[in-house]
Design a protein around this ligand. Structure first.
Ligand code: F3S
Length: 419
């Protein structure tokens, strides 16, 4: 890689051993990916925040950087940790585990991160602008800011994301290069009537199927309605990044790099075409719903973390009601959004119903070992439907938001949706 004078000084140890270590890793990584140079970044988002993601070895690496003088070089937000920092005891986290999480949180605070502890920083704490080069990780967030905002990001590996934040640069590879942002595959939605795509679960199921079909190519989606919201695209981003490894998609007429097919495909017309119909959609939903019993142990929403409008909708559905005795309702959001919801009186309505709002974390980042095995979860998240069976050993039923709330109130899974 060609280094600037300043980058060479970092590599030579002029800015301390921590920065030097980060630079050594990034130069190796850049060479591995065929990058010729670094790009400066204006902000960063780190994925590797949960103890259950990087464990003791990762914690020691962050402490090594801190002990050797490193600090983040640009404003840096960060993903959920492995405990709800205010309520971990009530949520069953053990003292031993909370201590491990706290040690990692403290190391990150010393590194200088903005303690957002959220996987959806683009909702209010870190909002890049169109065309901005950033060093982000967390697959849903990278997909969202690439696709919906039009910023430039790649799916950086855990801890490499930390190195980028420390040097304020990223190797120029993959989606940082304009030529790699062209669409590869046209996804055509066919035979969907107006009743579809009224709830973000439809976007989650669509995203999941697209991820399975295109893996890590760039899909161009034609046929989504004009009323598609940022929360819908959040659900699509998360599911496409977990059903496959999609890091950028275009939606014709909606996302900034796709005003029309020609622009989305950079003028090419030799792309593949895949049609998605309601039949494909139902098959995908059925496959994601692995549970075969009615009683539900836990309803999980907020994967990725919920926005203020989503919390408001839930509060409207729960107002004056109480959740079923044997069914937990866990709602994940960031502390920032929670505080706004509390100021608006929304959080109180939700909590009065018996539902629990988790901040700073999510069920999948907490200590799941043996805690949920064999239980039945209902969720509206394609990402949770993919990961919760593997991480927590549970069975899943997918439902829309109204179905999730109804399940929390009755304890029974919702009937299959009719379209
Ligand atoms: Fe966020 Fe946890 Fe889902 S980090 S995207 S709520 S798995």
């Amino acid at each position: 890689m060609r280094l600037t004078k300043e980058e060479q000084l970092m590599l030579d140890g002029d800015k301390g051993k921590g920065v030097q270590q980060a630079m050594e890793i990034l130069v190796k990584m850049g060479e591995l990916y065929g990058a010729n140079r670094f790009l400066p970044v204006k902000n960063a988002h780190i994925d590797a925040a949960a103890y259950t993601t990087i464990w003791d070895a990762g914690t020691e690496f962050i402490e090594y950087l801190v002990d050797n003088g490193a600090k983040v070089a640009v404003p840096t937000t960060i993903n959920p940790v492995s405990r709800d920092i205010r309520n971990w005891e009530k949520l069953g986290t053990t003292k031993k585990f909370a201590k491990k999480s706290k040690r990692l949180e403290d190391a990150y605070l010393k590194l200088g991160v903005i303690p957002t502890w959220t996987c959806a920083p683009y909702q209010c704490t870190n909002v890049p602008v169109f065309g901005e080069v950033v060093s982000w990780s967390e697959s849903n967030a990278v997909n969202f800011i690439n696709s919906v905002v039009g910023a430039k990001a790649e799916r950086l590996p855990d801890l490499v994301d930390v190195c980028c934040a420390v040097v304020g640069r990223v190797p120029e590879y993959g989606l940082y290069k304009d030529e790699n942002r062209a669409g590869d595959v046209l996804i055509r939605l066919e035979y969907f009537n107006d009743a579809w795509f009224r709830d973000s679960v439809d976007y989650a199921i669509l995203g999941y199927r697209i991820g399975e079909l295109v893996v890590n190519k760039v899909p161009v989606i034609a046929g989504l309605p004009d009323h598609t919201t940022p929360d819908d695209l959040k659900a699509l981003s998360a599911a496409a990044a977990s059903g496959g490894a999609v890091a950028l998609f275009h939606v014709i007429g909606i996302t900034p790099e796709a005003p029309n097919l020609k622009t989305a495909f950079h003028g090419r017309n030799d792309y593949d075409v895949i049609n998605i119909t309601p039949k494909v959609f139902r098959e995908t939903e059925k496959r994601l719903s692995s549970a075969n019993r009615e009683e539900v142990d836990l309803v999980l929403v907020g994967c990725p973390h919920l926005s203020f409008p989503e919390l408001k909708e839930i509060a409207g559905l729960l107002a004056g009601k109480h959740t079923a005795k044997d069914t937990k309702f866990w709602i994940h959001t960031s502390r920032t959004v929670y505080d706004l919801a509390a100021r608006a009186g929304i959080a109180q309505v939700i909590e009065k119903s018996g539902a629990v709002i988790l901040n700073d974390t999510c069920l999948m980042k907490m200590d799941c070992e043996g805690v949920w095995k064999g239980q039945h979860f209902v969720t509206n998240s394609g990402k949770a439907a993919q990961y919760a069976p593997a991480i927590a050993g549970v069975d899943i039923t997918m439902a829309n938001l109204k179905g999730c709330v109804k399940t929390a109130l009755t304890g029974k899974r919702p009937k299959r949706r009719l379209y």
